[in-house]
Design a protein around this ligand. Structure first.
Ligand SMILES: NC(=O)c1ccc[n+]([C@@H]2O[C@H](COP(=O)([O-])OP(=O)(O)OC[C@H]3O[C@@H](n4cnc5c(N)ncnc54)[C@H](OP(=O)(O)O)[C@@H]3O)[C@@H](O)[C@H]2O)c1
Length: 336
């Protein structure tokens, strides 16, 4: 049985997701994972999260905190426990050995080689296993969206972020795009850069703006790799890496080098090519209260568009956030 977890279960899973976030930025190439142990009275007896690759998994940490109180407890884990020997022993066996009686999982493992093996091993040992569904499950999956795309498809999870005017223009008719959006939006962009493995623009944007693409004014443990797609050459002094191959090939190479998340920052010609190749997973649109007018300014995507409404790409309902005088729209084109 996978469904019908209770509202109390959801509260504990939310806590597991919260704990997982403490590892963000330091677990690569592993996902972030959190775990909560709750005894039969409903008391939390252990909490843990995965802190760094090679270090103990969240379940192991929470089990160590719980000690003997893990016997008969329910383990809430944001991601399916591993059933294989990696750099650390399998978590399924640790849960079984500790006498945990029930395991509630936020998201199933996405790796085709190991998916569902954790659930199977636990059930085989007689534990009750439930897998979340609905909103909390979606949040658990999205928490590791970069990792999931990277493992499943051998490419980075691609987020296209752009700043647009109310009439959907990314620059003025003369090509000037500094600045479309306001200060708060631009600060958010630096946070986004700090949270991803690589940032990319097309060579057209490099020629126009010569951007640094660094994460500035925010805590960045490491700077993202900074890429320019196109034949080049790069302007004198540019520190961007030139990527001259076809997009898919470049993404495969980047993935092999460990890039799990790519923030695509435009411009429209490159973004249109990504869109038509089905390579944009998520769209972040900073909409500024400005109008350019006319039809001679660049819009969000360049190149040929959908010929009819029936061909339009349907994205998920947007999340909306107000940032100063701008609105940030977030929409998924694909989920993992
Ligand atoms: N508001 C915003 O958020 C925002 C963001 C970025 C840019 N902009 C604005 O957008 C304008 C620049 O946009 P743009 O469209 O001219 O430039 P762009 O999309 O940044 O770069 C286009 C170039 O990308 C290269 N490229 C590499 N792989 C490609 C592929 N598979 N398909 C197509 N192109 C590929 C091509 O160069 P090669 O021919 O050398 O291969 C192409 O000419 C500027 O005005 C800039 O200020 C606005």
């Amino acid at each position: 049985m996978s469904s019908s977890i209770s509202p109390a279960d959801i509260v504990q899973l939310e806590r597991a997701l919260e704990l997982a976030e403490r590892g963000r930025g330091s677990t690569a190439p592993n996902p972030i994972v959190g775990c909560v142990m709750v005894d039969s009275d409903g008391s939390v007896v252990g909490e843990g999260w995965h802190e760094r690759a090679g270090g103990p998994h969240a379940e192991r940490v929470a089990l160590d905190v719980a000690g003997v109180k893990a016997t008969g407890a329910t383990a809430y884990v944001s991601l399916e426990p591993c059933a294989h020997q990696g750099r650390t022993p399998p978590c399924t066996q640790a849960l079984i050995d500790a006498g945990v009686s029930r395991v509630v999982i936020g998201a199933l493992d996405v790796d085709p080689r190991t998916a569902s093996l954790g659930v199977a091993a636990l059930r085989e040992a007689g534990l009750v296993v439930q897998v979340a569904e609905g909103g909390i499950a979606q949040r658990a999956r999205r928490q590791n969206e970069g990792f999931r795309r990277w493992v499943r498809d051998g490419r980075p999870f691609v987020v296209y972020k752009a700043a647009v005017t109310l009439d959907g223009r990314v620059a003025a008719a003369g090509g000037d795009a500094r600045w479309v959006s306001g200060e708060e939006s631009r600060r958010r962009v630096h946070e986004l850069r700090a949270a991803c493995d690589a940032v990319a623009v097309g060579i057209g944007t490099v020629r126009r703006e010569n951007p640094l693409l660094t994460a500035r004014g925010v805590d960045a443990v490491v700077q993202p790799r900074r890429l320019a797609f196109g034949k080049g050459p790069l302007p004198e002094g540019s520190e961007l890496e030139l990527r001259t191959g076809p997009i898919q090939e470049e993404l495969a190479v980047l993935a092999a080098e460990g890039v799990q998340t790519l923030l695509l920052e435009g411009g429209p010609t490159l973004a249109g090519a990504f869109l038509r190749s089905g390579l944009i997973d998520k769209l972040l649109l900073f909409v500024a209260p400005k109008l350019i007018g006319g039809d001679d300014a660049p819009s969000l995507f360049g190149g040929p568009g959908a010929p009819t409404m029936a061909d339009a790409i349907e994205t998920q309902a947007c999340d909306v956030e107000v940032l100063g005088s701008d609105v940030l729209l977030t929409s998924y084109l694909a989920e993992v």
